[in-house]
Ligand binder design. Structure first.
Ligand code: FDM
Length: 212
């Protein structure tokens, strides 16, 4: 068990549309913060390595079908199973950079027919609340210029547009929108400055609960 540090780590979540460079930026950020001596670990959801994550992986890669409500609950369960690890790392002073979180959960399921956003939020109520959500945005033209979609479930233009609309509805004051229409290095430098400020501000504040 890691011991409790005087200053806790920050919980920083990245959300954004496809091709926004979220995953690349998360990786570069974790490396840069560690280089600066700020203890940082990467996490991503879904975490496809666990038993639940493997079921989700099968669903996303179209190897199996899972009823829409059930798969929503699996995505949430995949976050809850990581909570003890997240809390102990944060308490030990490690900052967590998280690629997708409950906001993707709500935005994607609520883009399906017959789903209400409020219903979608319920399973994730009480999760550790991010100190900041960095929301990477991209113009439709730039997103299209960055290439086509892959073969996974949900990788279709019309569905992704509904997801973006849902992200807009989920925004609150803990969100920071960052325009991703720039080079990888320029975006990285901007994000590095933002996150160092968040880490400094969050260290002495108690961790809060999401949507409660
Ligand atoms: N996704 C992700 C959901 O539908 N619900 C969730 O709770 C989360 C975290 O899974 F299409 C979707 C979003 C995306 C896919 O893709 C995961 P990546 O490439 O592993 O981020």
């Amino acid at each position: 068990m890691p011991s409790t540090a005087e200053v806790r780590g920050a919980l920083i979540v990245f959300e954004g549309c496809d091709h926004s460079g979220k995953t690349t930026q998360c990786k570069k950020l974790v490396a840069a913060l560690n280089e600066k001596g700020i203890k940082t670990e990467a996490m991503r959801f879904p975490d496809r390595t666990t038993t639940i994550g493997k079921m989700i992986d099968g669903y996303l890669s179209n190897k199996c079908e899972i009823e829409d409500h059930s798969v929503h609950l699996l995505f949430s369960a995949n976050r809850w199973e990581m909570v003890p690890k997240m809390k102990s790392m944060l308490e030990a002073g490690t900052t967590l950079i998280v690629d997708r979180y409950a906001f993707s959960g709500v935005a994607f399921t609520a883009a399906k027919e017959g789903f209400d956003m409020n219903w979608c939020k319920q399973p994730d109520v009480g999760l550790p609340k991010p100190d900041r959500v960095i929301y990477l945005t991209l113009s439709t033209e730039e997103a299209a210029a960055r290439g086509t979609f892959g073969k996974e479930r949900y990788e279709q233009t019309e569905f992704q547009q509904k997801v973006s609309t849902n992200f807009e509805k989920l925004k609150d004051p803990t969100w920071q929108e960052v325009e991703a229409d720039k080079s990888i290095e320029d975006l990285h430098r901007e994000i590095l400055v933002i996150t160092q400020n968040i880490i400094e501000e969050s260290g002495h504040k108690p961790l809060q609960q999401l949507w409660s």
